[in-house]
Design a protein around this ligand. Structure first.
Ligand code: 4AD
Ligand code: MG
Length: 477
């Protein structure tokens, strides 16, 4: 038996044909009208039950959440709000859902409640729209890179190196914590561990991607990334997905061009291909805004914001210019920032990034040429000897969405930096080989996939754009 999905039926004009569809009951009203959803679209299809000729016992089992199989004919709808409906001739209950126990009732639930029921929240309109968009964005990422001559590269997930040098890593070990083998010096003997050395979950696939870019030219990774930082914010996860392109012979300007073109392309893709879900989320955000005080409301609707990003150039600003703007801005002078910007060299916090994007420039901003000592070891040193060819793309409502750089391709300069930072060069022998054999200018960046999904869906909390969020003290499901 073939089944037709709801998305197809809703745009069909094959009236009076018999169809079979399967899905879950969203609502059942007046013992007659089932709103049926099967995940293929945000929209439900109305199935009209002939209640006079249906068993009372069956009618009772048509409850919110139940799985049903419906046979009937497609007709033009009599009621308002939909163009077609199904006149049901046969209905079978595939799986009951006890209304006394089912947590997802047809009413507004808080996102906190739904997070605790993350295995069922996907049955709501909001989460199904978000996760369909997440899937479409993921496809758009692979499409963009494939069409632009990139190779997809799978970076290892277990690694011995700390790419970002921040030390916020999850240890991977099979040693018995109750009975750790010790060296003569009394430290844990990792030579007895599974890999014979200390290993961690990767914080970035960049270093390995660089080795591949130096042979395949243009590569990208799109994989899970792990950070053991204790940040309980609406923008941090302990497990997130990162997209990292790396391109041989690209300098920082090329890298900025690539990041801008890439982001615009994937957002255009969903604007074109996910209209129903975006319309729903646009309306959701507008309604949510109405409950907020005027100054906290968004100046643009979700769709306006997405179109704005696609249609306008990102503003490119050096770190030095940004510091001048921040030092002299009102919130800094009136000490409204939590971290006051006094001098050149300060690390920018999310409040500063958002001021630049949301208040000052009012468009996406690419900041570049940061002080060397607040950035990672692999970034290319400028001739001034104090800044590096770093870039961060900053987005309204999100802050940093991309971090990247031109890489230090000169072996002597890189070695000098590694010594200064006291990095174990023995661990990086393979990385340093790329600088010894056929080194060349190259650049890349990392885009946090969940931050992109957050921006595209207008969701306020990053925990609501990944199926099962991992954050400090939380790894349920
Ligand atoms: O700026 P980051 O740390 O850069 C890197 O890891 C580089 N190795 C990337 C590269 O050049 N290939 O991280 C890149 C992006 C950030 O801009 C942010 O969007 C995201 O990854 N990100 C996180 N997203 C969610 N939760 C976290 N804890 C994140 N940390 C970084
Ligand atoms: Mg960064």
């Amino acid at each position: 038996m073939t089944r037709t999905n709801v998305a197809e039926l809703l745009s069909s004009d094959k009236f009076l044909q018999e169809v079979t569809l399967k899905g879950w009951v969203r609502t059942f009203r007046a013992n007659r009208f089932i709103a049926l959803n099967d995940g293929s679209t945000i929209n439900n299809i109305q199935c009209v039950v002939d209640f006079e000729n249906t068993d009372e016992s069956v009618l009772k089992r048509i409850t919110t959440g139940a799985a049903v199989s419906v046979k009937g004919i497609l007709i033009e709808s009599q009621g308002k709000g939909q163009s077609v409906e199904i006149k049901v001739s046969e209905i079978e209950i595939l799986g009951d859902s006890n209304p006394e126990e089912y947590p997802i009732q047809p009413k507004k639930h808080s996102f906190e409640f739904l997070r605790e029921n993350a295995h069922l929240r996907i049955r709501t309109n909001t989460f199904s729209a978000v996760m369909r968009l997440r899937s479409a964005l993921s496809f758009a990422v692979h499409k963009y890179f494939t069409e632009n001559g990139f190779y997809n590269f799978h970076a290892p997930i277990i690694t011995g190196s700390d790419a970002e040098g921040a030390g916020e890593m999850f240890n991977v070990s099979t040693l018995d914590p109750e009975n750790l083998p010790k060296t003569e010096e009394g430290t844990v003997d990792r030579s007895k561990d599974f890999f014979g050395k200390e290993t961690n979950l990767t914080v970035s696939g960049q270093l390995e991607a660089e080795t591949y870019a130096m042979a395949l030219g243009k590569v990208y990774t799109f994989g899970p990334t792990f950070r053991a930082e204790n940040s309980n914010t609406t923008r941090h996860l302990s497990e997130f997905w990162m997209i990292e392109p790396e391109v041989a012979f690209n300098n920082l300007d090329d890298n900025m061009d690539l990041s801008e073109d890439f982001i615009k392309s994937v957002i255009s893709y969903v604007l074109e291909n996910c209209k129903d879900d975006l319309a729903f989320l646009d309306n959701r955000l507008t309604q949510e805004d109405k409950t907020k005080p005027t100054i906290e409301r968004n100046e643009m609707s979700l769709l306006e914001k997405l179109n704005f990003v696609v249609d306008n150039n990102f503003k490119r600003v050096s770190y030095t210019e940004a510091i001048d703007i921040l030092r002299n801005c009102k919130p800094n002078k009136k000490k409204k920032f939590q971290y006051i910007i006094n001098e050149w060299g300060a690390d920018l916090q999310s409040e500063h990034e958002r001021y630049l994007v949301e208040k000052h420039f009012k468009c996406p901003v690419i900041l570049f040429d940061y002080p060397a000592n607040i950035k990672a070891f692999y970034m290319r040193l400028n001739d001034d000897g104090k800044t590096v060819r770093a870039m961060d793309v900053l987005f309204p409502g999100i802050g940093e969405i991309v971090g990247g750089s031109q890489r230090e391709e000169r072996l002597d300069v890189l070695m000098q930096k590694i010594k200064e930072l006291d990095i174990d060069e023995k661990e990086l022998w393979w990385y340093l080989d790329t600088r010894k054999f056929g080194t060349a200018v190259h650049s890349g960046f990392g885009l946090g996939f969940e931050r992109l999904v957050q921006f595209t869906t207008g969701m306020g909390n990053i925990r609501d754009v990944i199926p099962y969020p991992r954050t400090p003290q939380n790894a349920e499901f």
